[in-house]
Write a new protein. Structure first.
Length: 223
């Protein structure tokens, strides 16, 4: 949970800085982050501290930087970071790839292997997934399906804003939302090879600057 809260803390700061507002009503991205904070049961005090930190002029700016490379056995790895010291982050990520038999690539070297999508999780009560999909197609929805007591909505990442606005206008309760990178192809490895790749993924995920890690290995739990 500490890692999740740290990621959400940075998300709040970035949302406020980029949206130029600490008012959720005026900042759609901040509204989305606060929904995710509630979904993760992030304490209210933590949220308030993050908002206060974001409005403090002395707080360092976080920049979103991505890294691409290959882990052992040809597994593609895409890393999203939020950092206030790019030199530190670059050095750290490169060292992880080198130490665990991987190689850090250039921008665009593996990004094409992932579909960049947005997603929304809303309460399913009183809704029909098929009917909802028809309502949301014009706003960018490409896949809508039932997931227990919730409905999951997926679309291209460019449609995040339009889908969020439509769901809010219709009074749908958004439980969680965000962006994801889904591999277009995956590679299955044997247990020994899987363990090698997981060592790299775990090391990258543990870095305080790392927000998300995506990969093309099918025999491991998604990172």
């Amino acid at each position: 949970m500490a890692k999740t809260f740290a990621r959400l803390n940075k998300d709040i700061i970035i949302a406020i800085r980029e949206g130029n507002s600490a008012d959720p009503e005026m900042n759609p991205r901040l509204r989305a982050v606060l929904q995710n904070c509630r979904a993760a049961n992030m304490p209210k005090d933590n949220v308030e501290r993050a908002i206060k930190k974001a409005t403090d002029k002395d707080t360092s700016d976080y920049k979103q930087v991505t890294f691409e490379g290959y882990g052992p056995h040809g597994i593609a790895v895409f890393v999203e970071t939020a950092t206030d010291n790019n030199n530190r982050t670059v050095a750290n990520v490169r060292s992880y790839f080198n130490k665990y038999n991987g190689s850090l690539g250039t921008s665009g070297s593996v990004e094409f292997m992932f579909d960049h999508v947005c997603f929304f999780k809303i309460k399913a009560e009183g809704l029909d997934a098929e009917e909802l999909e028809l309502e949301l197609i014009d706003y960018g929805a490409e896949d809508v399906g039932q997931d227990g007591e919730a409905i999951m909505i997926y679309g291209p990442f460019e449609s995040f804003g339009s889908l969020q606005k439509k769901l809010e206008e219709d009074g749908r309760e958004i439980i969680e939302s965000g962006l994801d990178r889904i591999p277009t192809t995956t590679k299955e490895l044997d247990p020994e090879a899987t363990a090698e790749v997981e060592k790299l993924l775990e090391k990258i995920e543990a870095d305080e600057d790392v927000q998300n890690v995506f990969h093309t290995m099918s025999s491991s739990t998604e990172a």
